[in-house]
Design a protein around this ligand. Structure first.
Ligand code: NAD
Length: 254
């Protein structure tokens, strides 16, 4: 493992265009459950109904029950050592940016500047009748403090919802275009904390591979696309990523 970490560090140090692709596993060490690990959200809720557009439209109360359950945890979460490492790698010039499926804003909180949020963010709130975004504070006040379910817009009476991508919905255009451009140009892709089960994001490593980028995967379990990886580092992102950074900073490593 130590040898593989040193090799990953060397590749990152020598790459000319590095990009990270992250998933829910990045944030489990910040206390936010992922979907598919044991004890993840999917063990409690049915994704196809609760987390889909048709499910939201037919039963928004169920969606907000889930949101009420996870909301306080999401809002209290702080970046962990994995997020901080990716932010440092960007600052040091080794990463162009982070493509993330996460909606928790922890990469930005850790200091990452170039973040393509391909599944949206909880920090924007929208309703069907208003052109402008509402604030997360308004949603929290209505949904968590006042217990409105579903929380409704004062202006038009529409159901407020976080600006996140549900199953059956398309990805926000600009972040996904950025993501595709980055993976199409990168010579190194660092995938961290994603099962790579979700489409179309799991196309991104394939694009990178087609362009002959090296792929490093950090995950605590096998993923659907391990066959694409040049280096697999099995373990926690909050442990492995800082070790890679340490090896990059080691003056005795070339
Ligand atoms: P996923 O749940 O499908 O996969 C997470 C992967 O990370 C799993 O393979 C798991 O074994 C691994 N993992 C968990 N903790 C880890 C750790 N500390 N270190 C290393 N590996 C770890 O998540 P996904 O691939 O991101 O896709 C599912 C969807 O989950 C995405 O659409 C995303 O929007 C959504 N999601 C996001 C959050 C969040 O914003 N934090 C939380 C839950 C779900």
């Amino acid at each position: 493992m130590e040898k593989a970490i040193r090799k990953a560090a060397q590749w990152i140090k020598n790459c000319s265009f590095g990009v990270a692709l992250t998933g829910a596993g990045m944030s489990t060490e910040s206390g936010i459950p992922d979907f598919r690990s044991p004890g993840g959200l999917w063990t409690e809720f049915e994704p196809e109904s609760v987390g889909s557009r048709s499910g939201f439209e037919s039963s928004p109360t169920e969606f907000f029950e889930m949101a009420r359950k996870i909301g306080p945890t999401l809002l209290a979460a702080r970046p962990n050592a994995g997020h901080k490492t990716l932010a440092k790698l960007e600052k040091m010039g080794y990463l162009k940016g982070v493509i993330t499926q996460n909606i928790d804003g922890l990469h930005q909180n850790a200091g990452s500047k170039q973040v393509a949020e391909v599944h949206g963010t909880i920090y924007e709130v929208r309703c069907p009748g208003c052109p402008e975004f509402h604030t997360l504070d308004e949603l929290v006040q209505k949904g968590l403090v006042e217990g409105q379910n579903p929380p409704l817009c004062d202006k038009c009476g529409g159901i407020l919802r976080p600006n996140i991508v549900l199953f059956e919905e398309t990805l926000p255009e600009q972040p996904f275009l950025n993501a595709k451009e980055w993976v199409g140009s990168c010579d190194l892709l660092l995938v961290a904390g994603s099962s790579l089960e979700v489409t179309p994001v799991n196309v991104l490593p394939i694009i990178a591979k087609q362009n002959e980028a090296r792929i490093i995967m950090v995950n605590d379990e096998p993923t659907r696309q391990d066959n694409l990886a040049d280096i697999i580092l099995r373990g926690k992102t909050g442990v492995i990523l800082p070790k890679i950074l340490q090896a990059i900073q080691d003056p005795y490593e070339k």
